[in-house]
Design a protein around this ligand. Structure first.
Ligand SMILES: *[C@@H]1O[C@H](CO)[C@@H](O)[C@H](O)[C@H]1NC(C)=O
Length: 147
């Protein structure tokens, strides 16, 4: 579950850098993203830790931290889910693997109607939906979609 969501978190980093990153570089960029969102969302250190471990946040501030990260990733735009943004990230992450991209897009399609007037709640709902879609397909959450 954790690793699957990391696809969503990290895909942008591939999109931005257009190059494979080492795990260390990814962790650094993830930390940067979360630190940029920490202040605006009022998140606690525990909220940050939970998200770094890719747990669906339970606290309001944790949900807002997630939502802020998703906005920076182009997954949430103006308080709404961007299906195109999400698919673009999946495509970057799985570039060259049409099967993995198709699976990713299938899961995205199941989450296309996720909505909430509260952007923070929306972020948490989206994360939960994507995780459920992966688990339902027997994707080992620790492995993510295999390349
Ligand atoms: C999303 O909503 C549209 C329009 O109501 C509907 O046609 C579609 O089946 C819904 N998708 C899912 C995955 O529920």
């Amino acid at each position: 579950m954790k690793a699957f969501y990391s696809i969503v978190i990290f895909s942008v980093l591939f999109a931005v850098c257009m190059a494979k990153l080492t795990p260390e570089q990814r962790r650094e960029l993830e930390a940067k993203l979360l630190s940029e969102c920490k202040g605006p969302s009022g998140a606690t250190d525990d909220d940050v830790k939970g998200l770094r471990e890719h747990e669906v946040p339970k606290t309001t501030t944790g949900k807002c931290l997630l939502s802020c990260s998703q906005e920076k990733l182009g997954i949430l735009v103006d308080g709404k889910l961007s299906i195109d943004g999400l698919k673009a990230l999946g495509a970057k992450k799985h570039e060259g693997n049409d099967k993995a991209i198709a699976t990713f897009n299938e899961i995205v399609a199941e989450c296309e109607n996720i909505s909430d007037s509260d952007a923070c709640e929306l972020g948490a709902k989206l994360m939960e939906c994507m995780l459920n879609g992966a688990v339902k397909r027997g994707i080992d959450p620790k492995e993510g979609i295999q390349d």
